[in-house]
Design a binder for this molecule. Structure first.
Ligand code: SAM
Length: 206
C-alpha cells in the first residue's frame, strides 16, 4: 500500500511515510471489509460513513506540514484511522465525531493499539473544540460549504488547516489555510476530492 499508492504518487515527507507504514489499516475497517483493508479506496465503516482512501489520508497529513510534537484537532473521527496516523507524528490529537456509535468504535480501535495521545469527543465539530485550543494544525475529514469560523479562531498563528470545501454536498476542493501574523489568512486550493458531508451548525444541515 505505502509503496504503490503513497510513495509512487509523490508523498515524500518521511514522517508521513513512516506513520502510514506503522498504522495497521485493517484494525480500523469493519469485519466484512478486512480483505480489502489495504486497497486503494475508501471503505464503508457503518452509519453511512467511510474510512478515507489511504492516499488521501497521506496527502492531507502531508498538507498539514507537521514536523512532530504538535497539538492537532481532527473533525470527523470516523474509524479513528486518520487520528492514529496523526498520533504517530503529533504530540496530542483531539478528534471530534458527531455519531456516538462511530466515536465509541474508534476509541476501541485506538486503545487496542495503545494510542494514549488521541482524545475522542462526541459533538458538532463545526464548532471546534475550544477547551483545548489553540491548535497547531486542524484537519477536517468531511466536506462543508465553507471553513467554519470557530475552527479558524481555534488555529494558532503559523498553523495550517486542511479541509474539503465545496458548494455541493458531494464533491469538494481540498483547501489549506494558513494563519499568519495579525491573523492574516492565506488560502490555497490543493486538489479535487470527494468526501461525505460535514453536518452541523457551521456545515450542511442534517
Ligand atoms: N477520518 C475518518 C477516518 O480516518 O476513518 C474518516 C472520516 S469520514 C470520511 C467523515 C466523518 O465525519 C464521519 O464519520 C462523519 O460522521 C463525521 N462528521 C460529519 N459531520 C461532522 C461534524 N459536524 N462533527 C464531527 N464529525 C462529523
Amino acid at each position: 500500500m505505502v509503496r504503490d499508492q503513497i510513495i509512487k504518487r509523490g508523498i515524500s515527507n518521511p514522517l508521513v511515510i513512516r506513520a502510514m507504514e506503522k498504522v495497521p489499516r485493517h484494525m480500523f475497517v469493519s469485519e466484512g471489509s478486512i480483505h480489502r483493508a489495504y486497497d486503494d479506496t475508501p471503505l464503508p465503516i457503518g452509519c453511512d460513513q467511510t474510512i478515507s482512501q489511504p492516499y488521501i489520508v497521506a496527502y492531507m497529513t502531508q498538507a498539514l506540514r507537521l514536523v512532530g510534537g504538535e497539538k492537532v484537532l481532527e473533525i470527523g473521527t470516523g474509524s479513528g484511522y486518520q487520528a492514529a496516523v496523526l498520533a504517530e507524528i503529533a504530540r496530542e490529537v483531539y478528534t471530534v465525531e458527531r455519531i456516538e456509535k462511530l466515536a465509541k468504535q474508534a476509541e476501541k480501535n485506538l486503545s487496542s493499539l495503545g494510542y494514549k495521545n488521541v482524545h475522542v469527543r462526541v459533538g458538532d465539530g463545526t464548532l471546534g473544540l475550544e477547551e483545548f485550543s489553540p491548535y497547531d494544525a486542524i484537519i477536517v475529514t468531511a466536506g462543508g460549504p465553507k471553513i467554519p469560523d470557530p475552527l479558524i479562531k481555534q488555529l494558532k498563528v503559523g498553523g495550517s488547516l486542511v479541509m474539503p470545501v465545496g458548494e455541493y454536498r458531494y464533491g469538494q476542493t481540498l483547501v489549506r489555510i494558513t494563519k499568519g501574523v495579525n491573523n492574516k489568512i492565506n488560502r490555497e486550493e490543493l486538489v479535487d476530492v470527494l468526501f461525505v458531508p460535514l453536518i452541523g451548525e457551521q456545515g450542511w444541515k442534517r
